[in-house]
Design a protein around this ligand. Structure first.
Ligand SMILES: [Fe+2]
Ligand SMILES: [Fe+2]
Length: 165
C-alpha cells in the first residue's frame, strides 16, 4: 500500500504541472507534506509527529489557497466563488482530520492519505487548471503577485524544488 502512495507522489512532477511557477511550486510542497505524513504514519506511529505534519499541511494549504484567491480577485475571475468553495470544503475536512488526530479519535490511515492525494490531484487537474488557463504568464504579470503577497509575512518556501515540465 505504501508503494502505491509513493508511486502516486512520484507522478506529480510530470502529470500535474500547470505552467504557473508559483502555483506549481506550492502544489509540489503540498505533495511533499502529504509524503511526510505517509512517512510519519509508516515509520514512527508517533501521534505528535502526525499532528505536527498535519498542522503544517493545513497551514500551507491555507496560505496557498489565499494566494490563489488573491489572484482570482485581482483578475476578476468568473469562477472564483465556486473555486473558493472547493478550498473552504477541503480546509474544513483537513482541519477535522487534524483535530481528530490530536484528540486520538482517529489514527492516520491509508484512507485519509488517499483522500488527500485524490482531492489534490482532482482539484489541480480540473479547478486550478481552469484558473491558470485564464492567468497571464507570471513573468509578464508581476503586479498581481506583488498584490497577492504584499501582506503575507508568514510566507516561506522552505522546500522550493525545481520541477521540470
Ligand atoms: Fe485551487
Ligand atoms: Fe492550487
Amino acid at each position: 500500500m505504501h508503494g502505491e502512495i509513493a508511486m502516486s507522489l512520484l507522478t506529480m512532477n510530470t502529470s500535474l504541472i500547470l505552467g504557473h511557477d508559483r502555483i506549481d511550486t506550492d502544489h509540489q510542497k503540498l505533495f511533499d507534506l502529504i509524503e511526510q505524513l505517509a512517512s510519519a504514519m509508516n515509520t514512527g506511529k508517533d501521534k505528535r509527529a502526525c499532528v505536527r505534519v498535519c498542522s503544517e499541511l493545513l497551514g500551507y494549504t491555507r496560505t496557498h489557497f489565499a494566494m490563489e484567491e488573491a489572484l482570482m480577485s485581482h483578475h476578476g475571475y468568473a469562477q472564483a466563488a465556486a473555486h473558493q468553495a472547493e478550498h473552504d470544503k477541503f480546509v474544513a475536512r483537513l482541519d477535522g482530520f487534524r483535530q481528530m488526530l490530536d484528540a486520538g479519535s482517529v489514527v492516520l490511515s491509508i484512507e485519509i492519505l488517499t483522500f488527500l492525494l485524490d482531492w489534490l490531484r482532482s482539484h489541480i487537474l480540473l479547478t486550478d487548471k481552469a484558473l491558470v488557463a485564464t492567468l497571464p504568464r507570471l513573468a509578464d504579470d508581476p503586479a498581481p503577485m506583488q498584490h497577492a503577497f504584499a501582506n503575507e509575512s508568514s510566507w516561506a518556501l522552505g522546500n522550493r524544488v525545481n520541477v521540470k515540465v
